[in-house]
Design a protein around this ligand. Structure first.
Ligand SMILES: [Zn+2]
Length: 443
């Protein structure tokens, strides 16, 4: 079947009319894995089989959850510079009061992760719930409300991080609190990990891999998904490309070697570059964005240096090493054709794509639980952003689910806001998912 492609927007790695996409390798067997299975019969929200009397519709205290989210928004943890420690300390107090074992790991001034563990009776693998503690920076001048005031209008809470991802963070923590208060005995531990630095370098997630977490059976990341089940997201490879030429007087361009012109050659070749990839039914094609470009020092000087930053978003199956090698080949070709010019690259960020097969029990359980808790069928979808799962999923070798409240299209935006009812739904979902996961995994 011919795949429909948009020719609008950036041309990189999209289909062009009349051009064969011979390098797009489609693996039919892989595609088949993603064909949707029929939904399970509708289940009615009601008492959970594991926590006596727990009702998925009513048992997460909404005022407590709203209060926690508001407190989180009032703490400025914009990154850079980070300063996640006060967020970690707030969550540590909440988790400790509920009876979890809590540790705070500080790894730089004002930078910290927080870990809460609800101990089980059994020795089965744990379920790891993860959310990041930092947010992107904010310019308050453009906002309707103070982005750190936690303003509520009806069901909507505004503020930096409401979507990405303090809403999900509050819901994950409240789910742990509800489970702990119920004194439920599970066959494996429930671990909450609040990580620093996701918005810049995933430093907290990398730090978390140094901890002795014990065996982990699954990872749930509470990034915003509009309450949809996300088994896959793209990876990111950020490259800084530098061309170096020879400066000269602007009136005598032949005396120099123009680094901007060389970079123009680089961008032209990147436009024509078609990386190999397998079509992914949830993620679409890989993309490339030219993020920033800086070159030259003055109008009347031949530019001796030009720097371009590019953002490649990869799909599962693509090797970042291969992508880097391909871009290096582009640079080598330009350097060999343009006299007196050199070209080099530096890797700024390297985040893996994440993928868990649809048929995996974690994803199937999430679809069941979602239908039960939200009262509607859920369809799996993919996300083009990356998350701490890019570090944690390959680092721990675990199946991964991304699920959270909030509309990801409002993340990093002016007037970022989320519906409190969706945060509440996410918390109920997490509570039910934890129980059903352990029920299925040797409870
Ligand atoms: Zn995020």
């Amino acid at each position: 079947m011919r795949r429909k492609c948009s020719n609008r927007g950036p041309r990189f790695w999209r289909c062009r009319p009349g051009k064969k996409r011979e390098r797009h390798r489609t693996n039919e067997a892989e595609s088949r894995r993603y064909r949707f299975k029929p939904m399970l019969p509708m289940q009615i929200a009601g008492p959970s089989p594991l926590i006596p009397g727990f009702n998925t519709m009513t048992s997460v205290p909404s005022s407590e959850l709203t209060d926690l989210l508001q407190k989180l928004i009032k703490i400025d943890s914009c990154n850079p510079p980070g300063r996640e420690q006060p967020v970690a300390e707030l969550l540590a107090r909440v988790l400790e009061q509920a009876g979890l074992e809590v540790t705070i790991t500080r790894f730089a001034p004002e930078r910290a992760n927080v870990l809460g563990r609800w101990r089980s009776d059994g020795d089965g693998p744990a379920l790891l719930l993860n959310g990041h503690l930092d947010t992107v920076p904010v310019n308050p001048d453009q906002w309707r409300h103070d982005p750190h005031a936690g303003t509520i209008e009806g069901d909507v809470l505004s503020g930096r991080g409401t979507v990405d991802m303090k809403g999900g963070l509050a819901a994950l923590v409240m789910a742990c609190v509800v489970l702990a208060r119920s004194r439920i005995k599970l066959p494996g531990d429930v671990i909450f990990a609040g990580t620093a630095g996701e918005e810049v370098d995933c430093i907290g997630a990398r730090q978390l891999l140094n901890e002795d977490l014990g065996p982990i059976g699954g990872l749930i990341v509470g990034e915003p998904t509009r309450l949809e089940v996300v088994p896959a997201h793209k990876g990111a490879l950020w490259l800084e490309i530098t061309t170096t030429g020879k400066a000269a007087h602007g009136s005598m361009p032949d005396e120099g070697a123009n680094a901007i012109l060389a970079m123009h050659q680089v961008t032209q070749r990147l436009l024509d570059y078609r990386p190999a990839y397998r079509q992914h039914p949830l993620l679409g094609p890989p993309t490339l964005n030219l993020g920033t470009i800086r070159g030259g020092v003055k109008t009347n000087v031949v530019a001796g240096r030009c720097v371009l930053e590019i953002d490649l978003r990869s799909v599962p199956g693509q090797s970042h090493e291969d992508l880097v090698a391909d871009v290096q080949n582009v640079l080598a070709a330009v350097a060999s054709e343009v006299p007196e010019v050199t070209a080099s690259l530096r890797i700024q960020a390297d985040r893996s794509p994440v993928e868990t097969p649809l048929e995996h029990p974690l994803i199937q359980t999430a679809l069941e639980v979602g239908q039960q808790v939200l009262g509607r069928p859920l369809r799996p979808k993919g996300m083009s952003y990356f998350s701490d799962a890019s570090v944690l999923a390959p680092g721990l070798g675990v199946p991964t689910l991304i699920f959270g409240p909030g509309d990801e299209r409002l993340a990093h935006q002016v007037d970022e806001r989320t519906e409190l009812s969706s945060v509440q739904s996410a918390a109920r979902f997490y509570v039910a998912l934890v129980q059903r996961f352990f029920d299925r995994n040797g409870g």
